[in-house]
Design a protein around this ligand. Structure first.
Ligand code: ATR
Length: 283
């Protein structure tokens, strides 16, 4: 696609963004969809966030993604929030319509899409989440919204798992909740149906680490690791060896991007087909 005076600009802001896969994914999608649009990533400083957003509005940027560490700060600068971004308390996608900024969050929906693709429902399930950072916040609230039976959050810093569970209890009082440290022994692992790793343990280069030993779980659990580097973490490999259903982080990453594109372009895309094409391209 030639860049010309009609080309629409979409952006990513965060810090750091230099290793982000988002430009590859979105520019591929724009090309495939014959959109006269381009996606660029910008590393920005916290004190510049407001002026960057105002500049985007002034130069008619159509939309932008927000990544670490600005997904919460950006809420101060948008005019409206979607249901999901309000639920999660963070924004990863902004659409600019006639100068009005609307904040969305596609992280949770991207996570769910990878689940639903395997025809797995979370309703009535007992879920264990490891981690209590930004990703765990998006995922735990999304999971709670799906009507799970119980939700346990274990994190190295126990106070963060407690705070996250408090948020969940406020919004979803019927869900059974539990929290603790990463190595808590009192959690009944046999009762868990779905294990989700939202910590960075096992991420490249520390690929020989795992956030939890898989031995204590039932064979029929589903193991979801949101890490995508490496594509198969030690946790996923050991779950696979036991014959467990596994989901890696790359699908979620691509899905959240394609769901942003659906918002910006205001139409449904063949996102499962597109996801598989993009996966081949970036692997
Ligand atoms: P993200 O946005 O990817 O969630 P984050 O907010 O920095 O990133 O969260 C990282 C998560 O990985 C946290 O749950 C963190 O635990 P703490 O809250 O105790 O910091 C967890 N984590 C990172 N490195 C870890 C390590 N070496 N051992 C245990 N947990 C770790």
């Amino acid at each position: 696609m030639d860049i010309n005076s009609q080309t629409k600009l979409y952006c990513l802001i965060g810090n750091p963004v230099n290793k982000s896969l988002s430009p590859t994914i979105h520019n591929y999608l724009f090309d495939k969809e014959k959109e006269n649009a381009v996606y660029m990533a910008f590393n920005i400083e916290k004190e510049d966030l407001k002026s960057v957003v105002n500049s985007f509005r002034a130069i008619n940027v159509k939309g932008f993604n927000v990544t670490i560490p600005y997904k919460i700060d950006i809420i101060n600068f948008v005019d409206e929030l979607s249901y999901e971004s309000e639920l999660i308390g963070a924004v990863n996608t902004v659409k600019i319509c006639n100068g009005k900024l609307i904040g969305y969050n596609t992280d949770g929906l991207g996570f769910l899409k990878a689940f639903k693709e395997k025809n797995i429902s979370l309703k009535g399930k007992n879920v264990l989440i490891l981690g209590a950072g930004g990703a765990a916040q998006s995922i735990s609230l999304t999971v709670a919204n799906e009507g799970v039976k119980s939700l346990t959050i274990l994190n190295r810093t126990v106070s963060k798992s407690r705070e996250l569970i408090e948020k969940i209890k406020n919004k979803f009082p019927k869900i059974e909740t539990n929290y603790g440290g990463l190595n808590e022994k009192y959690v009944d692992l046999k009762k868990i149906d779905v294990l989700i790793n939202c910590t960075s343990i096992g991420m490249y280069p520390e690929v020989d680490k795992t956030p939890i030993e898989i031995n204590g779980f039932n064979k029929n659990i589903i193991v979801y690791d949101i890490i995508y580097k490496p594509l198969e973490t030690k946790l996923i490999k050991s779950a696979k060896e036991k014959g467990m259903i596994t989901i890696g982080g790359l699908d979620m990453l691509i899905y959240q991007a394609l769901l942003s594109d659906e918002i910006w372009l205001d139409r449904k895309l063949e996102i499962e087909k597109m996801k598989n094409e993009i996966k081949k391209r970036i692997l």
